[in-house]
Unconditional design. Structure first.
Length: 222
C-alpha cells in the first residue's frame, strides 16, 4: 500500500503569506487564487492585511473572492472590525467583501456616518454593502439615507449611487420624485437620471442640469 504523506498546512500557509506580499502582481494573484481554492481560516489575517495595501485591482478582486470562500463566522466579525481602520482602502475593501458575502449581521455597521463617508471609494462600497445586507423592513429608510447623497461627486460616484438606489426597487420612486423637486439643479438632475435608469436599466446615464434648472424656474408643466 502506498504511504500517505500528510500535507504540511503550516508550511503551505507560510509560503502563500509570503507570496501575497511578492513584488510581482502575477505571483500575488496566484497566491490569492490558491488561498481561495483551498480555503483555510488560518490565512484570514494575511488576506485581510493584503487587502488593505494591494495596489492591483485584479489581485484585490481575487483576495475578496478568497475571503468569501472562508466561513462567514470567521470573516464577518473580522471585516466589521476593519471598518474602524485608519486606511480608506482597508475600509472600502472590507465593505466590498461584505457586499459579496451579503450577511445581514453587517447591517448595524451601515451607519449614516459610514454611508456619508468623506472618502468617495469608502462611501461607494458602503452603499453597495448596505443594499446587500439591508433586512426586510429597512429598505425605505435606507433609500432615504442614500438619496441624501444625490448630486455627490463625479459621474462614476453618481452612477454608483444610482445603481444602489435602483437595487432597492420601486420603493425608491417617491424618494426620487421628491429629490427631483430640489432647488439644487445637480441633485434634481441626478434624481431624474436615476429615475430613468430605474425605468430602463440599459438607458444612458446622463445628468441634464440645464433641464433641471428650467423645471425649477418654470415648474414641471412649463
Amino acid at each position: 500500500m502506498q504511504e500517505v504523506v500528510p500535507i504540511d498546512t503550516e508550511h503551505t500557509n507560510t509560503r502563500l503569506t509570503r507570496a501575497l506580499a511578492a513584488g510581482d502582481p502575477s505571483t500575488r494573484l496566484k497566491a490569492a487564487l490558491a488561498a481561495g481554492t483551498d480555503p483555510d481560516p488560518a490565512l484570514l489575517d494575511a488576506l485581510m492585511a493584503r487587502c488593505a495595501v494591494e495596489p492591483d485591482f485584479y489581485v484585490r478582486d481575487m483576495l475578496t473572492w478568497a475571503l468569501t470562500r472562508l466561513p462567514a463566522d470567521h470573516t464577518v466579525p473580522r471585516l466589521l472590525a476593519e471598518l474602524d481602520a485608519d486606511g480608506s482602502q482597508a475600509r472600502s475593501q472590507a465593505l466590498h467583501t461584505l457586499s459579496k458575502i451579503g450577511d445581514v449581521r453587517a447591517w448595524p455597521a451601515m451607519t449614516p456616518e459610514l454611508l456619508h463617508d468623506r472618502d468617495d471609494e469608502v462611501a461607494r462600497a458602503a452603499w453597495r454593502a448596505a443594499v446587500e445586507v439591508v433586512p426586510d423592513g429597512e429598505e425605505r429608510a435606507l433609500a432615504e439615507t442614500l438619496a441624501s447623497q444625490l448630486g455627490r461627486g463625479g459621474r462614476d460616484v453618481q452612477l454608483s449611487l444610482s445603481r444602489s438606489l435602483i437595487a432597492l426597487g420601486e420603493l425608491v420612486e417617491p424618494v426620487l420624485k421628491r429629490a427631483k423637486e430640489s432647488d439644487d439643479p445637480v441633485v434634481a438632475a441626478h434624481a431624474d437620471a436615476t429615475e430613468r435608469l430605474l425605468a430602463d436599466p440599459d438607458a444612458a446615464f446622463e445628468l441634464d442640469i440645464k433641464e433641471a434648472k428650467r423645471v425649477f424656474a418654470l415648474g414641471p408643466e412649463a
